[in-house]
Ligand binder design. Structure first.
Ligand SMILES: [Zn+2]
Length: 83
């Protein structure tokens, strides 16, 4: 048995095109940090941009374009029963 907790949260997202690439991808994450990491992975996998070669200018451009989305999503946490 486990208890389900529900939460409403606003995911963060960044558009690849806002960072300056010709790409329609939008990277989502539950925190700004996760979006940042997800974007770095995306840049590597889809655009062959090595994280080590990424300029700090590009990283700050990602950071500047991370936005809290207007929609809220419901997430469910399943926690083990404590009692
Ligand atoms: Zn992209």
């Amino acid at each position: 048995m486990s208890q389900i907790f529900e939460d409403w949260t606003r995911p963060f997202s960044v558009r690849c095109s806002d960072v300056g690439l010709h790409c329609n991808c939008v990277i989502f994450g539950m925190s700004e940090n996760k979006v940042m990491n997800g974007t770095i992975v995306h840049m590597f996998e889809y655009h062959a941009i090595d994280p080590k070669e990424m300029t700090s200018e590009m990283k700050s451009r990602i950071k500047q374009n991370i936005k809290a989305s207007r929609v809220t999503v419901r997430v469910q946490h399943a926690l083990p029963k404590l009692f």
